[in-house]
Design a protein around this ligand. Structure first.
Ligand code: C2E
Ligand code: MG
Ligand code: MG
Length: 443
């Protein structure tokens, strides 16, 4: 058995720990023995932080193993600098454990956040600037538990953190929604991820607002907030960055930013004497997070806007998610006074009968049923049937993506209550929307 190299983190490891050639760290066996020595009856609590690098396989596949090895070495370096209070071991290719003796939950969480910050610093691989991230599971020892069970709890918590989208820490035993693990990012998507980080840091995110007009009196039903991402002067379309943000879990941060920015805008419009309901798109990762209602309340508290000024747009398939956390979040939002709209209706393949069970006051008919109008009579029939049913159930119906006067006319005939589309108004920046509102109210 090789002796551990002289390294500050290894000096206190039990004898017999093999040294990993790449990282120069004690291995799994040494880690288990260290846990057995440090945890157990009469011992102070030991915190186990199990860390796995997010999307390491994709980085390896995209850039080659040499780049992967370089990334690992740099991450170990960062972990050693940020985790000096603990002892680091390597459990597998991109898995590490930090053992922190005499450590309660508060310190463990603070330490995990420091580690995530350290890992998340940008890194150059070839011509690409990467932003690594990791998922951390935390388990605290209990007297009757053996080392394997303790490590296993930390490992499972790490997987829960991954399911939540990665880039975060989770305590063992925290109740979690079903996740999105196993999603892979291609090289192109890694580049978009980096663009998103830069946009977040450099103020490159903004919201455009698109007016939605009522059919009955041409009055303003509300505006929809649509995220825009601009880096180095170039606009990245939502169709490119939203899917990547969803895969990486960044959508939660972006979504919270979007919610807060839109709520502040709604508050400003109220202060100007022009109250307008602002609709905000909510993604699956937001709605499946246990802290969703906290984010809603935080947005209201930070902007001083009433919940009634905000509508949450949620896709049909997400409404259909019967998981406890989603149903709880939907009802908590309603109870807090937010209104709910079913976005992109008709694309989720659910049967019309489900409409009666959805707690939404508005249905947004997807553009797929609009683009063929007025010639496509089948689309027209479906649109008319959906509208009738929704109206009978007490919902209002907005048609999305209306581009022509002929489409507008056909949809009015089908009975929709409001229209959104380039034909009436394009999405516009805050200042342009304010000018638009002023121009409309001018005599
Ligand atoms: P969505 O929620 O269905 O938003 C409507 C989309 O239709 C917007 O695209 C809007 O610009 C576009 N649109 C409006 N009128 C017309 C029209 O007449 N013709 C055509 N061809 N398109 C029209 P955009 O801004 O590119 O956003 C695309 C999607 O990205 C949104 O679809 C939404 O799902 C997502 N998204 C945008 N902002 C956010 C956000 O803040 N959070 C989340 N989670 N998703 C967002
Ligand atoms: Mg929408
Ligand atoms: Mg839509």
């Amino acid at each position: 058995m090789k002796k551990p190299q002289s390294d500050k983190s290894q000096a206190a490891w039990p004898q017999g720990g093999r040294v990993d050639a790449l990282a120069g760290l004690p291995d799994r066996g040494a880690c288990v023995r260290a846990v057995a020595e440090q945890a157990g009856p009469g011992r102070r609590p030991l915190a186990v932080l199990w860390l796995n690098i997010d999307r390491f396989k994709q980085i390896n596949d995209s850039f080659g193993h040499l780049a992967g090895d370089g990334l690992l070495a740099e991450i170990v370096h960062r972990l050693e600098r940020a985790g000096t209070r603990g002892r680091l071991a390597r459990m597998g290719a991109d898995e590490f454990v930090l053992l922190v003796p005499d450590c309660g939950p508060g310190r463990a969480e603070a330490l995990a956040r420091d580690l995530l910050d350290a890992i998340g610093q940008p890194l150059e691989i070839g011509s690409l600037r990467l932003r690594p991230s990791a998922s951390i599971g935390i388990a605290l020892s209990s007297p009757a538990e053996g080392p394997h069970a303790l490590l296993e709890r930390a490992d499972r918590a790490m997987l829960d953190a991954k399911h939540l989208g990665g880039g975060q820490c989770v305590f063992a035993g925290e109740v979690l929604p079903s996740g999105r693990s196993g999603k892979h990012l291609a090289r192109e998507e890694l580049a978009v991820e980096e663009v998103l980080h830069r946009a977040l840091e450099t103020g490159g995110l903004s919201l455009d607002y698109q007016p939605i007009l009522r059919v009955a009196d041409a009055g303003l039903e509300g505006v929809e907030a649509l995220m825009r991402c601009r880096v180095d002067g170039a606009l990245v379309p939502p169709a490119r960055f939203i899917p990547v943000a969803e895969k990486t879990g960044l959508i939660v941060r972006l979504g919270e930013w979007s919610l807060l920015t839109a709520t502040r805008f709604a508050s400003r419009l109220i202060a100007q004497g022009r109250p307008v309901r602002v609709a905000v798109n909510v993604s699956r990762a937001q709605l499946t997070a246990p802290k969703f209602s906290q984010a809603l309340h935080a947005a209201l508290a930070c902007s001083d806007a009433p919940a009634g000024a905000i509508e949450l747009e949620i896709t049909e398939s997400l409404f259909m998610d019967r998981s406890e956390v989603v149903q709880h979040n939907l009802h908590a939002a309603l109870e807090a006074g937010f209104s709910l709209a079913i976005d992109d209706f008709g694309t989720g393949y659910s049967c019309l009968a489900v409409l009666k069970d959805l707690p939404a006051g508005k249905l947004k008919l997807d553009r797929a049923f609009v683009s063929g109008l007025p010639e496509d009579r089948r689309s027209y029939s479906v649109a008319r049937a959906v509208v009738r049913l929704a109206l009978d159930l007490g919902m209002s119906v907005v048609a999305e993506g209306v581009e022509t006067a002929a489409q507008h006319e056909a949809l009015c005939e089908a009975g929709v209550t409001a229209i959104q589309g380039f034909h009436l108004a394009r999405p516009m920046a805050e200042a342009a929307l304010e000018a638009w509102l002023i121009a409309r109210s001018a005599p």
